[in-house]
Design a protein. Structure first.
Lengths: 246, 254
């Protein structure tokens, strides 16, 4: 029984598209996936920062596509530059702190377009173009905010829990092609998204039995859900919260 | 990427797996050994436990036959297990019994194996300081703890009890950096499931319900590797559903 073992957590030979790859979790996930052998297609709005991510990708033949995924023409451009994806990670997102009584329609629309409309419509375009391979893995970056109430986070929470609905329905629709659809729900990770909320981040620390997580922790969760090790996991979300618990 | 720096590797970790003589426990032990772990395996059936031991990759594994429904078996295992970095509670039993036929002895039998054994074994290991700081404790629960199929009241109750216990345990051991989590698998191809089929359960209909088809023990084993490895070092008090989409069209929290 000492035959060579194939590591079920390898991403060797897989092509993975990561959105929001110009910073934060998206950037980190792209870098880690490349280290595990994946070929990456990375996208983001900021050209210089996307290039900076691209320069950190190990291995050959990665692709970068500058795009604003809230724009239909940019999504089309991105879809045209990929085929046969084995993995898709929706990391592009935006968080704004705003109590419900102070909401504006503009803010709701902004949050909706970035966090919900863009990932859903990009997924639709990729499926229409048959750009997601059989047994592929689609991963939506959620947040524990998708599962719990947080003061001032109504719009963001709503979009992330809205994605849970998409995850469950799409998981059923795509099961016949063995395409898996899941979410990953981290709580507070120190990323640039939190830069303007330093005090809130400090408050978050106190409610985590294992302290705050790192982008590496989330990348490892994403790697599990992208690899063949999770071939039977669909329609669910992996909560990563250092024990804070939903 | 070398094995040494791979966060998914179990190299250098010593992992105890209960119920290792068959089914999910057996596969978890084998897969953990393939990922570099040194195993301590336990089960009631000495012969089948030995068969699992010979299927393990690498050297230095230990097999300790024990009946964990008895205090004697729990003590024996906790005494002999040695230092551990991970524990997987995979031992479990199931019997189809309609609610109107359940009895104290049926409930005792199911709870002894599925609930009390994992909790008391964990207690015994913690009391003897067998689990290293940063160790990972993993309970194999079951989707039916939520979904409650026909004639599984005792089984469902015994498995859902693990969730609450795990949440509380994980809080208590967090300061030592230890983690505790539950995996809740749906229908997986195992001898236990074959037994239910022979007991009158219509298993084929259940497999058809699973969008990705029936699971293999490997699928639970891979998830276990994730929860045992440093890749999940920030995951604790977590309840992970692993069911090929079975629960996706169900409101299991209703």
């Amino acid at each position: 029984m000492n035959a060579p073992v194939i590591n079920p957590f390898s991403l060797q030979g897989k092509t993975i598209l990561v959105t929001g790859a110009s910073s934060g979790l998206g950037q980190h996930i792209a870098i880690r996936c490349a280290q595990r052998g994946a070929r990456l297609v990375i996208t983001g709005r900021d050209k210089a920062r996307l290039q900076a991510t691209y320069d950190q990708l190990q291995g050959e033949s990665h692709v970068q596509v500058q795009a604003d995924l809230t724009m239909a023409e940019d999504r089309d451009l991105l879809v045209q530059s990929v085929n046969a994806l084995d993995g898709l990670v929706h990391c592009a997102g935006m968080q704004k702190h705003c109590p419900v009584r102070q909401l504006s329609e503009q803010l709701m629309n902004d949050i909706y377009r970035v966090n919900f409309l863009a990932p859903v419509m990009l997924t639709q375009s990729l499926l229409q173009a048959n750009a997601i391979a059989q047994q592929g893995s689609i991963l939506f970056m959620l947040s524990t905010a998708a599962h719990i109430g947080t003061r001032g986070l109504g719009p963001y929470s709503a979009m992330k829990s809205g994605l849970i609905g998409i995850i469950k329905c799409l998981a059923l629709e795509q099961a016949k092609r063995k395409i898996r659809v899941n979410g990953i729900s981290p709580s507070a990770i120190a990323t640039p998204m939190w830069d303007v909320h330093q005090q809130l981040l400090e408050e978050q620390k106190a409610r985590h039995p294992l302290g705050l997580g790192t982008p590496d922790d989330v990348a490892n969760g994403a790697i599990y859900l992208l690899s063949d090790a999770s071939r039977w996991v669909t329609g669910t979300s992996l909560v990563m919260d250092g024990g804070a618990v939903i | 990427m070398s094995v040494a720096q791979d966060p998914f590797s179990l190299s250098g970790k010593r992992v105890l797996v209960t119920g290792a003589s068959s089914g999910i426990g057996r596969q978890i032990a084998i897969t953990c050994s393939q990922m570099g772990a040194q195993l301590v395996i336990t089960g009631r059936n000495t012969e089948r436990l030995e068969a699992t031991a010979t299927a393990l990759h690498g050297e230095g594994h230990t097999a300790i036959p024990a009946d964990l429904s008895q205090q004697q078996g729990l003590d024996l295992l906790a005494d002999q297990a040695g230092a551990l970095n991970g524990v997987v509670h995979a031992a479990g039993i199931s019997k189809l019994v309609p609610f109107r036929l359940i009895s104290k002895s049926h409930l005792d039998e199911i709870f002894d194996s599925n609930t009390y054994a994992p909790l008391l074994l964990t207690k015994g290991l913690l009391a003897r300081k067998r689990i290293a700081s940063n160790g990972s404790i993993l309970f194999i629960s079951a989707l039916s703890s939520h979904s409650g199929a026909m004639a599984t009241s005792a089984y469902a109750a015994s498995k859902s009890a693990l969730l609450g216990a795990m949440r509380s345990l994980a809080l208590e051991v967090a300061k030592q950096g230890m983690r505790a989590n539950c995996i809740a698998p749906g229908y997986v191809r195992t001898p236990m499931l074959d037994g239910l089929g022979q007991g009158g359960g219509n298993m084929d209909a259940l497999f058809d319900l699973t969008p990705l088809g029936m699971g293999d023990p490997e699928d639970v084993a891979y998830a276990s590797v994730f929860y045992l490895s440093d890749a999940s070092r920030w995951v604790t008090r977590n309840y992970f559903i692993l069911d090929g989409g079975l629960s996706t069209p169900m409101d299991i929290y209703a």
